[in-house]
Design a protein around this ligand. Structure first.
Ligand code: FAD
Length: 539
């Protein structure tokens, strides 16, 4: 939907060239993702003189960090606000003031295509969940991907019981739905998100019997200069730490939830101490009563739209893949930029910084003007400093190879297709599978609705049997599930599935207006994926 101008607190949608169907316009810039990165990029680009379409699948801009209660709940603000809301208030004010930004919410982008004239088309389905809406096209001279990240899940016995929720999901339930996942909630997994989630749940009235962190915090001490250069990050951690102390929440580092107990739903969890490779230490298991478990093992950049058009990726410090980006946030594909967690997980401030950098580079290119050198230099220093911290954080919380020791043979690894760890192991040891793709063909792991987003990491780790796990294949034809009717509806104008195939297989198209100022070389790219996408079975 296009957000109505009269929506209280929300952005105002004003088309730069009023027309009944926004998809017919060619904007200067199409931004996909309205989290801190995309929102910052959109308002900056508009203030620099570009027409912008800001596209997001959610009902309101804000992304992961700035979630709001659903309008039907009549709540003014989230119950447990983050400490850093001022920048978001500023972004919302600038968005509302913009006369050249069109905000297209509830648009689920399933593919982006570079046209033969060098412009970009984003194909989306509309509606709250994207399955009942109409298809929509949005065209732009440049495209910025700010699609954020999704949570990484490592399975363990009992993880499919009702009452086990994702850590970010628990926060979203609270912020957007004003509900708690339970009354006694254990928060577990790895990464700084756990502290934020536990603090929010405790502030909203939940009892938190334990926060269980698989990594050890001492690993941060290996990068003292990076820590010293980022005092705000330490302050953030202290704020959450103080909140946990106030609510008497015990923190268990180097430990993991290795089993969930219960028949109908969660009744308790077993927390086990880990060695430095995340192997469970025998005899250290302790049962903790609870009625919910919020669990997450870090975040994985959401890069499907980019890799589908051949963007190069790089392996991040925690073994996940992010986009390989140049000095001005450009991807390896001309005319396509990225900002925020798509290039590596690093927090809201880094996302905003990269969003502004990308917008300035795009405006310079499209308008044929030189970007403000002082502002660019300042942003670049800030980005590099925050990226260094993000890398240290990713290294500190990278899953150790021993985590697969938590799995029993009957633990579901792929919950969509109900494939157990035993079946994956059998495919590797008994049938000779050497890579996750072969395991998938032999077992159906990763062929369900989520298309491997949930089980991809686990299958890769089980396949590699303790060796560093190769990241799962990250090239897919459709970034989100799309009804066939939406594909068929695009057919007459040359969109739809055949055009998707065309877009993937056609040789590189020319760029729109040339940039007088060379943008820096792409940073440390790995070989781009093969031009032909991995064939994936549809759900
Ligand atoms: C519970 C929680 C607590 C956090 N606490 C902190 C904190 O204390 N400090 C901190 O610095 N950071 C924190 N973070 C991290 C912070 O939220 C992220 O770093 C930040 O939101 C990243 O911004 P982004 O713009 O890159 O991505 P996001 O905010 O994730 O935004 C991405 C947007 O893209 C949209 N999108 C994705 N794919 C598509 C598609 N195909 N079609 C259409 N739209 C799409 C999504 O709907 C989303 O709105 C927290 C995150 C969570 C979940």
């Amino acid at each position: 939907m296009t957000v109505p101008a009269a929506e209280p607190e929300g952005p105002q949608a004003r088309s730069p060239h009023p027309a009944p169907d926004a998809s017919e316009e060619t904007y200067d810039l199409v931004v996909i993702g309205a989290g801190p990165a995309g929102l910052t990029a959109a308002v900056t680009a508009a203030e620099l003189g570009l027409t912008v379409a800001l596209v997001d699948s959610a009902a309101r801009p804000g992304g992961q960090y700035d979630r709001h209660p659903a309008p039907t709940l009549s709540a003014g603000r989230p119950p447990a606000p983050h400490h850093d809301r001022a920048p978001f208030a500023d972004l919302r004010r600038r968005l509302a003031a913009s006369r050249t930004t069109t905000c297209l919410t509830e648009h689920h982008v399933w593919s982006v295509i570079r046209e033969s004239d060098g412009t970009w088309t984003a194909h989306a389905v509309t509606g709250a969940d994207g399955t009942d809406g109409r298809p929509a096209r949005t065209r732009g001279r440049a495209l910025l991907l700010a699609t954020g990240a999704h949570e990484r899940h490592l399975p363990f016995p009992g993880w499919t019981l009702p009452g086990v929720v994702a850590a970010g999901g628990a926060q979203a339930m609270l912020s957007a739905g004003l509900v708690l996942p339970g009354r006694r909630v254990v928060v577990a997994g790895s990464g700084p998100l756990l502290l934020a989630v536990a603090a929010s749940l405790a502030a909203a009235g939940a009892r938190i019997p334990a926060v269980v962190e698989a990594a050890g915090y001492l690993r941060y001490a290996r990068t003292p200069r990076t820590l010293a250069a980022n005092p705000r990050k330490a302050a953030e951690a202290l704020t959450y730490g103080a909140a946990l102390l106030r609510h008497r929440v015990p923190l268990h580092p180097r430990s993991a939830v290795t089993r969930v107990h219960g028949t109908e739903r969660v009744e308790a969890v077993t927390v086990t101490r880990l060695d430095r490779d995340w192997r469970p230490l025998p005899g250290t298991g302790r049962r903790i009563a609870c009625d919910a478990l919020a669990v997450g093992h870090g975040l994985v950049p959401q890069i499907e739209l980019a890799t589908a058009v051949g963007c190069a990726t790089r392996t991040l410090a925690d073994g996940t893949r992010g986009l390989a980006l140049g000095a001005h946030q450009e991807t390896s594909v001309p005319g396509l930029w990225a900002a925020g967690e798509a290039g590596g997980v690093g927090g809201a401030e880094l996302a905003r910084t990269e969003g502004e950098m990308a917008a300035r580079a795009i405006a310079a290119r499209l308008l044929g003007r030189r970007a403000d050198p002082e502002r660019t230099a300042l942003l670049r220093r800030r980005r590099d400093r925050l990226r260094a911290f993000a890398d240290a954080m990713a290294a500190a919380h990278a899953p150790g190879p021993g985590w697969t020791g938590w799995l029993t043979d009957d633990t579901d690894v792929c919950r969509c297709e109900e494939v157990t760890a035993g079946r994956v192991r059998e495919a590797v040891t008994g049938l000779g599978a050497r890579d996750p793709r072969t395991v998938k063909l032999l077992t159906r792991a990763g062929m369900g609705w989520c298309q491997g987003r949930m089980c991809g990491t686990a299958v890769a780790c089980l396949t590699s049997r303790g060796a560093p796990a190769p990241p799962p294949p990250d090239r897919r034809l459709l970034a989100v599930p799309v009804p066939l009717s939406a594909l068929a509806a695009g057919e007459p104008r040359g969109t739809g599935l055949p055009a998707v195939r065309e877009g993937l297989e056609s040789p590189a198209a020319p760029l729109p207006p040339a940039d007088p100022r060379p943008a820096g070389p792409p940073g440390r790219p790995e070989a781009p994926p093969a031009r032909h996408p991995h064939r994936r079975s549809t759900p």
